[in-house]
Design a protein around this ligand. Structure first.
Ligand code: BGC
Length: 349
């Protein structure tokens, strides 16, 4: 195990130094993480031949991360995904948060969301702890909040993210990480041939604007069914209203048997590689986003990114759960601290 640290740049807004931490295990797996946005900038995982491949999309320098419209690799907070009408009511008070997408809120805030913030850092042996604070009312969310996420690399070829969040007022807390994976490598082209399995017999359908309708529907007999491993591209273009609304897969799946303990939620393989990624989480939901709107952008080492060249598996409370009584409760405060873990494990089959 080793951790090294190098200067990556200076944040133009706060003038704070941005560092990149490389955490490496005995097999050569290495995660490179920025204290800017909590970004997983590179993730090198060993193949059967022990050669490592970088399986996450990202950029070579800080500049493209200032806007980062696709949220490449970033920590999202305090709330991931969408809140309908960009408002919610807690304990009788209505809160308005930024309406940054079609009158709704997406990923908290473009200017102050965690994906564009500089975190404080504490180094461990095989981990780094990134932490920051928000004041009551920041981005419209109630509560003085303390957020931390610990990134851990283990000798079992896992990258583990442990989240902890406290607030002195009831508020909505739902952080995630927005890495895009391509198991052929960050410049590996389309992920439509990747094979996905989801431990989910239901999903939460959306209406226009990708706000959940509140229903929890079975996937059986629909293109949303990944209960048997299936090529992502097989039905992504099907004439199915939910796929039209999301421009492809961009939905929350309801993890079967979620009970707050680490559960296997997803498994991905890529033909032609021996690589498998398993995602474990303590959370009740997982957003499978097929990268439908990545757009054309230059990635690391001149890679030409385009729609669907990476896939995101964002563990989470269900989108808009704050406005849906039947969804698991994402309100945390003095009486309920937020704790969650997500593990990305890599193996060669
Ligand atoms: C959402 C997508 C959105 C993307 C932004 C994902 O978490 O589900 O709808 O386009 O983030 O990059």
């Amino acid at each position: 195990m080793s951790i090294t640290k190098k200067v990556f740049g200076t944040d133009k807004k706060t003038k704070k130094a941005v560092y990149e931490y490389s955490i490496k295990n005995k097999n050569g797996m290495c995660a490179k993480i920025l204290n800017y946005g909590g970004i997983i900038r590179e993730l090198w995982v060993p193949g059967r031949d022990r050669k490592t491949v970088d399986v996450v999309l990202g950029h070579d320098d800080l500049m493209p991360y200032y806007e980062n419209p696709g949220y490449l690799g970033a920590a999202i907070g305090p709330n991931a995904n969408r809140i309908g009408g960009a408002k919610f009511t807690i304990d009788g008070t209505e809160y308005q948060i930024p309406a940054n997408e079609n009158g709704n809120n997406l990923h908290s805030d473009n200017e102050s969301g965690y994906h564009v913030r500089v975190f404080d850092v504490e180094e461990g042996v095989n981990s780094i702890r990134l932490f920051l604070q928000d004041e009551d009312g920041d981005m419209g969310f109630p509560g003085n909040k303390k957020f931390e996420v610990v990134y851990i690399v283990t000798d079992e070829n896992e990258l583990r993210l442990d989240y902890h969040f406290v607030s002195d007022k009831n508020t909505v807390l739902n952080p995630t990480n927005h890495s895009y994976f391509n198991l052929r490598g960050q410049d590996g082209g389309s992920i439509e041939d990747h094979v996905l399995w989801l431990n989910a017999s239901c999903y939460t359908p959306v209406a226009a604007g990708s706000i959940p309708t509140g229903e929890i529907l079975p996937v059986k007999g629909t293109p949303m069914d990944f209960t048997e491993p299936k090529e992502i591209g097989l039905e992504i273009g099907a004439d199915f209203a939910q796929l039209k609304l999301g421009g492809g897969y961009d939905h929350n799946w309801v993890i079967d048997g979620a009970d707050g303990q680490l559960k296997l939620a997803a498994k991905v393989t890529a033909p032609g590689t021996s690589r498998t990624m398993k995602v474990y989480t303590t959370l009740p939901g997982i957003q499978f986003y097929a990268g439908n709107f990545i757009g054309e952008q230059e990635g690391k080492l001149g890679a030409a990114y385009h729609n669907r060249c990476g896939l995101a598996l964002e563990t989470q409370y269900f989108p808009d759960s704050i406005n849906k009584e039947n969804f698991p409760d994402a309100v945390f405060g003095p009486e309920r601290q937020y704790v969650s873990s997500t593990v990305y494990q890599f193996c060669n089959n």
